[in-house]
Each structure stands twice: as C-alpha cells, then as structure tokens.
Design a protein around this ligand. Structure first.
Ligand SMILES: [Zn+2]
Length: 337
C-alpha cells in the first residue's frame, strides 16, 4: 500500500515508529526530533502531522497526500498545524522568543477547527531563550487534549533536561552519501554528475543538496569561501591580517565560511592520514587535486591542527567572540606557505 511516509528518506525506522504509534493508538503528546540541519527533521514532523490528520478511508494509505488536510499541511496552510520558526539575527544566530510561545499557547488552548489533532512543529527549539523554554514547560507538563507537539533541535544535550525528559526523543543521523546520490537521481531527476557532486558536498544532508540544486548561488558562495581560504593559506602574516579584517566585517557570512573551511580541512586531514585513493570519504571531490597536493606538503599534525582550530573558531563565534580576533587567531595557526 503506498502512502506519503516514503517522502521521509533515510529515516525509515523513525517513520515506522511514528506510523506504528498511530496504528497502536499510542501516540505521544510530545516528540523531540534531533540531528544536523537539513537532514529531514521537519519533513518527518510534517509527514507525521499529515498521518495524524489524513482523511483517507484506508488507514494503510495514510498519509495519502491527496486529501484536504494532507494538502493543506504540505502547503503549511492547515489552520490546526502550526509551524514555529526561530528568528534569525545578525550573525545568523537563531532565537525563539517567549512572545512566540505565548501566542502558540493561546492558539493550542482553543479547540481544533477541523483536525483530529492540533499539531505544533517547533523548529530548532534548542534556540529557545530560557524564558521561552520555561514558558513552554507548562504546555509540555499539561498538554491540551488532542495536541501533539513536535520539537526539532540539532542537539538534545544543549537543551534543558526538564524539556527533553518530557519528550520522546528520535535522534536522526546524517544520510550515507550513496543514499543521497540515489535519491537525487531517482526522485529529483538530477543529472548523474550533478547528483554525484552535490551528494558529496552535502555531508549527509539531503535537504542541503536539494536546496543547492534549486539555488545556484549556494555553490557560487561555497567557491567564494574556498577562495578566501586559498588566499589566506597563500598569504604571509600581513596578507592574512588584511583578510581577517575584511572577513571580520561580514559576521553574518562567517558561520557558513568556516563550515566550508572545516570540510576542506577534514578532507586534507583524511588524506594526510593515508586515505589516498578512497575518494568516497572526501567531501570536496571537485577540488581533489588541490587537496592531494596540500596533503603531500603538510604533516598529519599540521592538518589536524587546522581542522581542530577551525572547529574551535566556530564554537567561539557561537559564544559571540570578536569576529576579527577569532579569524586572526585562526590564521596564526594555519601553516604558512
Ligand atoms: Zn490524506
């Protein structure tokens, strides 16, 4: 029997678990879906919301994707299924504010317009302020009848235990590269070479690959980010300080820039540790020749330092450190030409 659970790619076990909970009448009132960005947490949540409210007569075909609730939910227009997204501020930092939670709570306290279940999908609840999280606790402790709360987060460990302990946690993992490549070709009808490249760059995130296919600026920006790194590595101290100053003026771009650098350093590190030839494990496969040349010049320790310090810089930026200083310090530990 076909149903829309097959839009959940790579997390079949989680789809089975949620479908099973509906079939057994054991649906929980709160779930926490964790994992990296763009691996399918919201798709899973939305499909669950559809399954809970689908009107197909044959339960095995739910969610059908055809009935009115299924279609409204897919289009984010169902009056009883709310999607709450955190605000993005200056440096790309996400914040979920208490006002949003209060509005949602008022809404959830009212009876459903037409659905069997009111569903709230709260994206990146790990970005909730302490006030917002505390306010939401009340809803988690005494949920209104026929309300299902679906929280998503990168990492449960950064959240208050009082929140996580009241949710059933479903931890999603990044997808294997071949699985992404297959899906891009069979479902999204991408040409083979494009699917091959994007699957590798995606780093386990199918959603990223699809977005990069639909929006060509993503790959252009990635190349720009790699160019900055090459510029830094080719430069002396003075060049590097000038570049740090320039990048320090673009704090909103830095998280993505550093993520690109991190993936590049990871590739070099894999190669210096003797992974030559095993191209499947490399991310930046379109820069393979350059990566191999770099790896031949540096020791495993040098590239590992580059990797670890880049990771450290990402963490420092999350803690609101001075952007220019973070980049300057990073360039001091990157190997000189
Ligand atoms: Zn349906």
């Amino acid at each position: 029997m076909s149903n829309q659970w097959d839009q959940v790619i790579g997390h079949e076990w989680a789809a089975e678990l949620l479908a099973g909970s509906i079939a057994n009448g054991r649906t929980g009132h709160a779930y926490l879906l964790t994992g990296p960005d763009q691996i399918g947490k919201t798709t899973l949540a939305r499909t669950f919301a559809q399954a809970l409210n689908c009107e197909a007569a044959d339960e095995a075909t739910r969610p059908c994707g055809q009935c009115r609730p299924c279609q409204l939910i897919a289009a984010n227009r169902h009056p009883d299924v709310r999607l709450i997204t955190p605000e993005v501020s200056g440096r790309g930092k996400l914040t979920l504010k208490i006002d949003e939670i209060r509005t949602l709570q008022q809404d959830l306290s009212l009876a459903a317009y037409e659905a069997r279940y009111k569903v709230a999908i709260l994206k990146r609840f790990d970005a909730a302020t302490e006030g917002a999280a505390n306010a939401f606790l009340k809803t988690l402790e005494e949920p209104p009848r026929n309300v299902v709360l679906l929280l998503t987060a990168n990492d449960a460990d950064t959240m208050m235990a009082t929140i996580t302990s009241r949710c059933r946690t479903i931890a999603l993992r990044p997808l294997a590269t071949p699985r992404i490549e297959d899906s891009l070709q069979s479902r999204w009808r991408m040409p083979e070479d494009k699917a091959h490249l994007l699957a590798h760059l995606a780093d386990g995130r199918l959603g990223w690959a699809i977005r990069a296919y639909e929006d060509s600026t993503i790959l252009v920006e990635r190349q720009q980010n790699l160019d900055y790194l090459q510029q830094a590595l080719a430069g002396d101290r003075i060049d590097r300080f000038a570049l740090a100053d320039k990048l320090g003026r673009k704090p909103e771009l830095l998280p993505e820039i550093l993520q690109t650098w991190l993936s590049w350093w990871r590739d070099v590190t894999l190669l210096t540790q003797g992974e030559n030839g095993r191209t499947l494990t490399l991310t930046n496969i379109d820069h393979q020749a350059d990566l191999i040349a770099r790896a031949a010049n540096w020791t495993a320790e040098q590239s590992l330092t580059g990797l670890q310090q880049t990771n450290q810089a990402i963490r420092q930026l999350r803690r609101n450190a001075n952007t220019r200083l973070v980049i300057e310090n990073l360039f001091l530990v990157y190997p000189l030409p």
